[in-house]
Design a protein around this ligand. Sequence first.
Ligand code: C2O
Ligand code: CU
Length: 488
Amino acid sequence: VVAAALAVGGLFARLWTDAKVSTVGEAPFDNPLVIPPVAESTVEKDGTRVFELRMQAGETEFRDGVKTPTWGFNGSYLGPTLRAQRGEKVRVRVANGLEEASSVHWHGMHLPARMDGGPHQMIAPGATWTPHWTVDQPAATLWYHPHPHGRTEAHVRRGLAGLFLLDDEKSARLPLPKRYGVDDLPVVVQDVRFDGSQLAGDRGLMQNVGFLGDRTMVNGTLRPYRQVHDELIRLRLLNASTARTYAFGFPDDRGFSLVGTDGGLSARPAVMDRVQLSPGERAEIVVRVEAGERVMLRSFPQDNYGDAWQRRFGGGDDSFDVLELRAAERLRPSPGLPAELVEPEVPREEEAVRGRHFDLKRSGINGRAMDMGRIDETVTRGTTEVWTIRNTNGMPHNFHVHDVQFRVVEVNGAAPPPALRGPKDTVFVPHGTTMKLALRFTGPADPDTPYMYHCHLLYHEDEGMMGQFVVVEKGQPAGKPPGHSGHT
Ligand code: C2O
Ligand code: CU
């Protein structure tokens, strides 16, 4: 009894000390920000753009003189930025150079289920998987990461993630900052904790939302700064953390313009001073800098994170300095932002032919833990549906759907705030939230190969907060998913 009491006491003591983390003002931001290289590609005779990705183990020097074992794509940590045009055929040769099986999922991409890279498209050690598809969606900031069932958290946290940017004619014509690494910066945010030379994060540390780090990195750089030479800077923010939700803004509360959400550009720039991103979500923001100033991108404590207990133990009270922008003494003038951007390609609620309900619980969705051999939902190709997502579970979750970009129709019965008005594939659903989404499934039909929907807090996903849906032709029955591990 005494030992148990001590163990429990120790646990709470640790949670308590871990409860409020702040790196605000802690150290000079003097490491130059790493910009992930744009992936090289070759173009075949029929116009197919071909990329090569290799998952591999390596060592990364995050801190001077300390080598940390990590995983990466084509390098030791994170991966190159893939980039393609709407209408282009792409093929990716994904080699697994690890000693365990994994997969690579194209988060936010509309593509056939067999190419999706979920837990049914595993790549054995030493094997290569070569998905191919035609890019058929608007310009957007997408990303890629492993998705092996039960192991996604570990694979992503060790460093397997990268951006996949899509361009189209409309985005090319708009006067938005678009010089990659110059006035259009990739900002892949992760929280980490070091245990000596190792990245911490064993399962014993997981509580509540999952693993929370005590400092952040951008593109794998600790305490990063970036010199900028333009008045307007576009930041493509990706929350690539496995559990932590951020609320980004600037210490002087300056307004910035949100110009894009997960799946593409917004209808028009929306000025705000905070943007909240849960794991997997993206936002494109444009911020104005003054000549010679240093301005910190910061993550602030969050009100909208459930009750006080949830905020505290889910990391919602934490604050981080994330990335310092150092503006040059002379800045190039930037054109003003256009009043209108693009009409987002998201379905309308009025088109919906049916509704479904998803109840989020730590133990599973709609009372069931993930089973790779079970199809949970069957949707008809070419139809729009309204999905109602509800969290009364007492802890924060989010909700991600593969293959589609949806419209957020309602949050707790009200119109969505500006940050949720563009194309979305992942939404934060804190305790006490009911959210209505409109989703359109355009296929192709494949009754045997499921797509996933799940909580993108990866520990929750691994532990079963995931379900499977197939897209079928009208009247066609769902098939039986192959590859259920172990039996059949
Ligand atoms: Cu980013 Cu199913 O995942
Ligand atoms: Cu969750």
